[in-house]
Design a protein. Structure first.
Lengths: 230, 230
DNA sequence: CACTTGGTTTGATTTAGGTCAATTTTAGGT
DNA sequence: ACCTAAAATTGACCTAAATCAAACCAAGTG
């Protein structure tokens, strides 16, 4: 299968010439992982970074007691572990496929050479890292300053904005991950998430049918997401 | 006052020629803030970034109820708000001087021009952003997966490693910030921090005399910092 | 040197959210 | 469609940490 179209869609490689894209194709290695495969472990030596072509990958930390905090879920077109190549020599977290996943793997050395020669790619990398950074600032803020209901509401607002259809009842969309994974992304556990969803439902703010969510009162949900006590 | 020596010490500008350093001096603007001054606000348009020459700056978020989470405390030689120039157009947090502070301010446009022309600087920027990223991953991990005692112990271990003197009793050092600020950096409040310090003291793991800390049982402190229940 | 002011400590209490255990629901595999 | 196993929900309970309130301490000022 030809991978260049996938690379062109990737923000990290935007604005590159066709020749440069081809060169990228040359240094990358295609890999496939079944669902649930460990792509790399925390503290493992970082010998390259990844672009997701299809499937999904979760990046996460584990506590000694086994609690999981998902840092991000990577979708097709997105990259991960870029930063590990440039700071320290190990991956800072675990990466696991959430579904059958195809990635392109870029070995550190050849990619670093490429970036040294290519100013546009450097700038793209800077933009990509800056974007990650903003996401993490936001995650820290949420974990430290907001309660579970607020974090959940924010998540639902964001997801509805990107994949919601409006019906007469309200804005409908599907959760794109298991609720237990969502809990782990929001820095909590499934029991607590379940109760938070129920509180929103009981107040008539949302409707929950399995993975299908309908937002009935957008304004109320927004208020809660901003931390106004419910 | 001549600023070039300060710039040379800054990791973001390491490996640059003297001429390039001089050029940097040309585009930067020196600014002074008294203790407690607001350098910028969250959501304010990001028109430039900063290098701390002397003093200290805290970068922080506020919750609607006024609780503060310190993201980082910037010391001389370090930069802040670089990422804001490359992603979105606003600062993602507040910045306030903790003491009388001198900074160099680099206006966005001229700095971005410079970085476009200078590959070494791009690479330095990538390294700097990657480093920030790792710090934030670690902060998220701590907030989400570790209790206050573990976070505190980690902080004490780190600080002792960088500024501790060993005496016969143990490793001695001074807290470099107020305890209330430390609490806010650890994602908690001063009362809780005070109790956590007391627990460590009561177990004979540390000695606390005002800002002076002595680590009496390094191994025990390390264990707690790793999340082994105390 | 007394006085104010801000930081710190301590105690009593509340609460959000985690833990444990039991049930119900959902989803994948044969 | 059935069966098993995993996921989700619910209830009872517990715990870490926040809140509220008061006392305490240290530093700087008139």
């Amino acid at each position: 299968m030809n991978i260049e179209p996938s690379l062109k869609k990737c923000p990290l490689f935007s604005g590159l010439e066709d020749g440069e894209i081809a060169e990228l194709g040359g240094i990358s290695i295609s890999k496939r992982y079944p669902k649930g495969a460990l792509i790399f472990s925390e503290d493992q030596e970082a010998k390259g970074f990844f672009v997701v072509i299809s499937g999904r990958v979760k990046i996460y930390k584990l506590s000694p007691e086994g609690k999981e905090q998902i840092l991000h879920i990577i979708s097709p077109g997105q990259t991960f572990a870029e930063a590990a190549l440039f700071d320290g020599s190990t991956y800072p977290a675990f990466a696991e496929s959430l579904a059958e996943t195809r990635v392109l793997y870029f070995p550190k050395e050849s990619f670093v050479n490429l970036i040294r020669k290519n100013p546009q790619m450097s700038l793209n990398m800077i933009a990509s890292l800056s974007h990650w950074l903003r996401k993490f600032v936001s995650l820290v803020e949420e974990l430290s300053l907001k309660d579970v209901s607020a974090r959940l509401s924010k998540y639902l607002m964001d997801l509805s904005a990107q994949s919601g259809r409006s019906s007469q009842r309200g804005i409908e969309f599907e959760l794109d991950i298991r609720k237990s994974q969502l809990a782990s992304q929001l820095g909590t556990i499934s029991e607590t998430l379940s109760r938070a969803l129920r509180r929103l439902r009981d107040r008539g703010i949302i409707k929950v049918e399995g993975k299908k969510i309908t937002i009935l009162q957008k304004e109320a949900l927004e208020e809660i997401s901003l931390g106004i006590p419910l």
